[in-house]
Design a protein around this ligand. Structure first.
Ligand code: ADP
Ligand code: MG
Length: 246
């Protein structure tokens, strides 16, 4: 690994009662790259994701973002320091239009927004449209969010996550429940996102992320198994053994 590290975990362990879901995991993630965290079901991917995104703290260990120790920081602070996440379950207002959903998200992030100023309102509108363009939903701006197909709702959710202009975007199984066409559209979108920011993706379908990821981190039974480029991971004997039969 050669580039600057944007976020890293140091010996992170997470227990649920007597069960250890994550054991002593230390991983650094490179800035401006797409890194996918992979591993079979139950490997601890979502637990790791939740610790990176601040949903809950590790039982032991630290999370460091840039130079700052962010271990135990409250989840609502994360967007303000530049970390956004897109949930496995959709996180949008179904009865509002696509455009309204993005506008609400932009307003929530814009502390200097002046509701009475037409110029402020127009700026917001422009930003909302460019975000919708980015995720390929511009044509659907006036539709209600609940009328969108599943894949489009996930794209809208990403537009909402991008409203705060995060340096780091975290996604847990962004293609869960998607058709092959939706999956490939989502993969294209993720690749476009990496042009301007760092993306960390959690995915249990290894083949799917092989083609688009710069690096992969493999978890197995809550432990770090391997990290490397897709080629290095593909040729790693331990990884092959874990994924045998999948
Ligand atoms: P993955 O996302 O890789 O499928 P998870 O991180 O969801 O794996 O889960 C890892 C292990 O931790 C699983 O055995 C799961 O049952 C357990 N686990 C996850 N969350 C909890 C929880 N809140 N309480 C108890 N056990 C949990
Ligand atoms: Mg999971």
């Amino acid at each position: 690994m050669s580039g600057e590290i944007i976020i890293r975990t140091e010996a992170v362990t997470r227990r649920f009662g007597g069960f250890t879901a994550l054991k002593n995991v230390s991983v650094g993630f490179e800035k401006g790259k797409l890194t996918s965290i992979i591993g079979p079901n139950g490997a601890g991917k979502s637990t790791f994701f939740n610790i990176l995104s601040g949903a809950f703290p590790p039982s032991e260990g630290r999370v460091v973002f840039g130079d700052a120790d962010i271990t135990g920081l409250k989840p609502h602070v994360y967007p303000r320091i530049g970390i956004s996440k897109s949930f496995q379950i959709t996180n949008i207002f179904p009865a509002f239009t696509v455009l309204e959903n993005v506008r609400i998200a932009l307003q929530a992030h814009c502390s200097r927004f002046n509701f009475w100023s037409p110029r402020s309102r127009l700026g917001l509108e422009d930003k909302a449209h460019s975000l919708l363009q980015m995720v390929g939903l511009e044509r659907h701006a006036a539709r209600l969010a609940k009328e969108l197909a599943h894949g489009q709702q996930r794209a809208l959710e990403i537009a909402v996550a991008l409203a705060g202009d995060p340096k780091l975007l975290l996604m847990d199984e962004p293609t869960a429940g998607m058709s092959p066409e939706e999956t490939s559209a989502m993969m294209d979108l993720i690749v476009r996102l990496v042009a301007d920011r760092t993306v960390i993706l959690v995915e249990h379908k290894m083949k799917m992320v092989m083609g688009i990821s710069d690096r992969l981190v493999v978890l197995h039974h809550g432990e770090f198994l391997a990290a490397g480029t897709p080629d290095e991971i593909r040729n790693n004997d331990e990884v092959k053994r874990v994924y045998l039969g999948q």
